[in-house]
Design a protein around this ligand. Structure first.
Ligand SMILES: NC(=O)c1ccc[n+]([C@@H]2O[C@H](COP(=O)([O-])OP(=O)(O)OC[C@H]3O[C@@H](n4cnc5c(N)ncnc54)[C@H](O)[C@@H]3O)[C@@H](O)[C@H]2O)c1
Length: 219
């Protein structure tokens, strides 16, 4: 178990990680979480490399501080690595999400466990189409975004807003979310969102992911 001020290969647990380290650890975590779901108990650095495209020397270096369970020939213990990396990424525990847009994508997200697997829980779903109000999507009834957004963000302890709305709707919505105190926006639209520095935007684009895959194919 890593304490909050414990040393890790990346400094103390409370220290800020570089973007590169955070990105690599997130990718390891994604693979490890899936491996755990599939009942895999150990994983080698080569397997992690195959799934993440990070070279295995870099992986061994990143995980060298976790050597206690990175036994030669056996590989890393999946369970231990998941909890250690979660601790370093400070993603242990539950984090609440509000979903905006109850259309095709919003419904798919609300009914799947893609976020739940990583400790994220959808606690509210919003849509501005009056016809969708009150519809049940996943485990929730669709709500309308109203003046009480800040109150809901506070009461439900919402950390992340997931935007599954048309591109044209994304910026005005982001402005409302920033005003309501949301600190992380996960944007599925194509909009290039402008937010103040204290707010983080992550834009998910399958085409960009595909370009990344293409790069490995071509090189
Ligand atoms: N990155 C990805 O993997 C990915 C995949 C599919 C779709 N998308 C994007 O996700 C978005 C949604 O796609 P979709 O297919 O679900 O569209 P959709 O039209 O089925 O659903 C959009 C929903 O957003 C609602 N909406 C519009 N303005 C809103 C606002 N201001 N507040 C709250 N709700 C609002 C609409 O009423 C509708 O229910 C689009 O921007 C699309 O390009 C991204």
């Amino acid at each position: 178990m890593i304490e909050n001020d414990a040393e890790t290969p990346f400094g103390k647990v409370g220290d800020k990680l570089t973007l590169g380290v955070a990105a690599r650890l997130s990718r390891y975590l994604q693979v490890l979480t899936q491996a755990k779901k599939m009942g895999k108990e150990t994983i080698s650095s080569q397997e992690l490399s195959d799934y993440t495209h990070v070279n295995s020397t870099q992986i061994r270096r990143d995980l060298s501080g976790f050597g206690k369970f990175g036994k030669r020939g056996v590989g890393y213990n999946v369970d231990s690595l998941v909890s250690q990396i979660r601790k370093i990424l400070r993603t242990s525990g539950q984090h609440n999400i509000a979903l905006f847009g109850a259309g095709h994508l919003g419904r798919a997200i609300a009914s799947s466990d893609i976020f739940a697997d990583h400790g994220f829980r959808v606690v509210a779903i919003f849509d501005n189409d009056p016809q969708k109000l009150g519809e049940t999507v996943g485990a929730h009834q669709v709500r309308q975004i109203g003046g009480e957004l800040r109150q809901i963000v506070d009461e439900e302890d919402i950390v992340v807003a997931v935007l599954a709305v048309p591109t044209a709707a994304a910026q005005p919505l982001a402005d409302e979310l920033v005003a309501a105190g949301v600190k992380i926006i996960f944007n599925y639209s194509e909009a290039l969102l402008q937010v103040p520095p204290e707010v983080t935007v992550h834009t998910s684009s399958p085409a960009v992911d595909l370009l990344y895959a293409l790069y490995f194919y071509l090189t």
